[in-house]
Design a protein around this ligand. Sequence first.
Ligand SMILES: *Cc1c(COP(=O)(O)O)cnc(C)c1O
Length: 339
Amino acid sequence: MSEINWGDLSFGYMKTDYNIRSYFKDGKWGEPSLETSETIDLHIAATCLHYGQEIFEGLKAFRGKDGKVRVFRMRENALRLQASSRGILMQELPVALFEEMVRKVVKVNERFIPPYESGASLYIRPLMIGTSAQVGVKPAGEYLFLIFVTPVGPYFKEGFKPTPVAIYREYDRAAPLGTGTYKVGGNYAASLVAGEKAHENGYSAVLYLDAKEKKYIDECGPANFFGIKNNTYVTPKSSSILPSITNKSLMQLAEDLGLKVERRQIPEEELATFEEAGQCGTAAVISPILRVDDVDEGKSFVFSKDGKAGPISEKLYNKLRAIQYGDEPDTHGWVTVLD
Ligand SMILES: *Cc1c(COP(=O)(O)O)cnc(C)c1O
């Protein structure tokens, strides 16, 4: 292969040597197989194509200064995949099988794990689809679970930089009793129109309000929201947001740093009282928020006057990255070192 320029990687797809697959058939998951093909052969009546039986995950592997490879909180991803399966009636994949497949596919693609100095990492994308033919609306009897990996660059090439986000009141991402808490592709389809509009207008993301009352902060399109004030980390409690593993980790680290942590409803007006705000997720860890514009109401909430991230967001970001790369001790048992 031609040399990979680790410094130029973006958050895109690059072909690697292998992906790994397991098929659920006749009531059981089959032995995982490594494949070199980037395509799948699919029945034209598969439920994933017609009725959206698709769920996915996202996690990362990091190469440390010591040369070792660390996978971050993969058990949490395995458990969340199971929750998503239950949410849209797909087969649950055992945690042990998920972990075994992650280890294998990372190992066989080891030459694609970026070096420590690059600040890049290996993105791991597990997904599951309903594969058997079904024309009536019913869950499939057969499933494919697969994982591919691809090297991705550091999210912040020009440093840890705050960006503006938009509230658009004419769109919802997920309903209060819908599928917002599951990592299903359909939620993303539902967010594409608003997301494109945001990007066209110079925003990095849409910040959704709760769909029922349009009163409380829900989450950003692909990331959870948090705010910081009075030495307290505040993040929304809602029945339509995805439980982010990054957010869960940041809550723990905030507590370790002596902050109070509150998970509760956040009325939109409370945005005016936060000293810092951010989006959080696997891709960026933290993407600090410069400003929230409630576009239809003509209101703005500013979190950074000098264009820089706040001190607590920066501290949390550095702390979590240090654990992921093995620069600081993994006191919470979040990291799996591959051998
Ligand atoms: C995946 C995802 C997140 C972030 O979750 P992490 O586990 O931190 O990567 C947040 N919101 C939505 C809607 C997501 O799909």
